[in-house]
Design a protein around this ligand. Sequence first.
Ligand code: 3PG
Length: 416
Amino acid sequence: MIKIADLELPTLDDIDVSSKKVLLRVDFNSPVEKESKKLLDTSRIKAHIETINELIKKDSSVVIITHQGRPGDEDFLTLEMHRDVLSNELDTEVGFVSDVFGPCALEEIKKLGKGEVLMLDNVRLASEELIEASPEVQSKTYLVKKLAPLFDVYVNDAFATAHRSQPSLVGFPMVLPSAAGRLMEKELVALSKIFNLEESPKVFLLGGGKVLDSIRIIENLSKKRIADRILLGGLVAEVFALAKGVNIGDANKKILENQGFLPLIPRARKVLLSGAPIEIPVDFVVENQNGVEENYATTVKGIIKDIGPETVNIYSTLLKEAKVVVLRGPMGVIEDERFKTGTLKLMNSAFSSDAYTIIGGGHLISLLQFAGVSKAKKVHISTGGGALLLFLAGERLPALDALSQSIRVIKNENKG
Ligand code: 3PG
């Protein structure tokens, strides 16, 4: 068992998986190259190898379930590519079924032999997976009702998705004996040890496109007074700029509107008014009909693609003064070579500082080797992005709560 705050979570040491049929939830969600749709980074897949190998060694029949992107997004893909990477890493043939819980999937799961591995297709092809609800509700979804009877054990190794209350994460522990996988265990133990609440200043650098998640994180960090500074980039910085009354131009406003982010402005304003220690960029790199140029935040004339050089200098100074730095999400459109600079320079500043740096999220991890990570004295590379930040902010993660409740299921099994 591992004890995390008030939770006790069963691990692979507490549950018998030998020769059992195991449903393993992992997080293989990886950044994808826009045009070719190739995976830009495979470290999230590699991070689960220890768990999968342990299950294979114990002769379990391992069925892997994971997501990639969200329906409607460019990185929402089927998972053959992930299967190929996994086969390569395990040096063994991994089966694949382009289905989640239809007849083909159920047939392949039943046929799976001991020590074999099968991957189901993107679990978000099942519409139920996109709905967040309580574990009790999720345990009654078709996904859980169809799959659970085929398994003896459920293992959750997906730390990076632990902040979602989706059926594949919280439904199965209600009906199957369940445990945390080795990656989940390692992340929780390491983060609980290194994120020392006493140490300050703590600087959080938040970017990327998941604006709602970021606002939730900022609200938590600020309410619990965990962050001394919160430095913003990416789309979340644009929403906060608008909340502060900065005119970032109609074109950028339209992009935020199309993505449904404008209704978040009042929420961002409320966070600002509460005195949260938030910094927004003073300048941006923009693209317009003349090409690429640098503009002050108050005179933006083009589409924002990165933070500008003055912002990089200001943020770098703050990062260098920190004792703990947490980095999540890129500052700009890093899929395009021309707009990686802000993110790379700030990662570099964090790695060359004396701060303990915790870094998470697929996009930043894909840049590690270009950002001088080898210089870093103290660094923890987490597979988590949103989940990592919410965990550090002390928020309850539904998948962990569900795993802790599964102790009840294990105890009932033992009685039977
Ligand atoms: C992540 O990358 O943060 C996780 O894979 C969760 O993905 P989501 O934000 O699409 O739920």
